[in-house]
Every structure is written in C-alpha cells, then in structure tokens.
Design a protein around this ligand. Structure first.
Ligand SMILES: [Fe+2]
Length: 134
C-alpha cells in the first residue's frame, strides 16, 4: 500500500501538491500491479512507471526553481541529489524484464517510493527550516 501521509507536508502548497501527485501515480502503479483480475497489466504498469519518471523530472524542476528563487544556500547540493536520483532511474530498463515481472516492477516502485519518502523527510524538509529570506 502506498499512501500519502500529512507528515510529508512541507507547508508550500505547490510542492505539497506535486509530492501528493507523485504518491498518487506510484499508488496507481502499485494497485494495478497487485490487481489479479487485470490481464496484460504489465504494459500498463510500465506506462505508469514511465509517467512517474516524467512527473519526477517536472517536479524537481519546480522545486529547484522555488529554491533558486528563494536564494536557498543549499540549492546546488540539493539539485545534485535530484540529478543523481534521475541517473539511477534512467538506468532502469523496463524492456529487459524476465519472467519475474511482478517482482521486478514491484522493486522499481518500492525503490522510487522509498527514495521519495526519505528525500521529503530529510532533504526537502531542510529547505523549509533553513530557507533564506527572499
Ligand atoms: Fe527535493
């Protein structure tokens, strides 16, 4: 189960909405993967994971613009963390799945969600507490 929790809130509406959307998309991929009645679901799950990757790119851009605009002193190191994650994600090749499709797709979803949770609670929360005045 992938569920948004209010402890992830940063108090910045646009960022919080996008974080919720990341959870929504990841939850959709997870629910579909777990749906035993849905035949040929793999192509669909792969499509949602692609959507999740695209949305992460879009979201990081928003977040980086926000930090840049606010002269956040850790802007560059935060951006590097985003870039490193995207590099990791880029290495995932959804075309070379073997017979363990369920396991493989689940591990990708878990990897992405675990990263997002840790990132919000650790790195993102810092720019709320350490944000320089604009
Ligand atoms: Fe971030």
């Amino acid at each position: 189960m992938i569920k948004w929790e209010d402890k992830y809130l940063l108090g910045i509406d646009i960022i919080d909405e996008q974080h919720k959307e990341l959870f929504r998309i990841a939850g959709e991929a997870f629910d579909l993967l777990k749906n035993e009645f849905y035949l040929d679901k793999y192509d669909h799950v792969v499509k949602i994971i692609e959507e999740l990757k695209d949305y992460a790119v879009y979201h990081f851009k928003t977040e980086e613009e926000y930090m840049f605009k606010n002269n956040y002193k850790k802007y560059f190191s935060h951006k590097i963390i985003h870039d490193e994650f995207l590099e990791e994600v880029k290495k995932i090749n959804l075309d070379d799945m073997d017979e363990n499709q369920d396991e493989y797709l689940l591990s990708i979803i878990n990897f992405v969600v675990d990263w997002i949770v840790e990132h919000i609670l650790g790195t993102d929360k810092l720019y709320v507490s350490e944000e320089s005045p604009a």
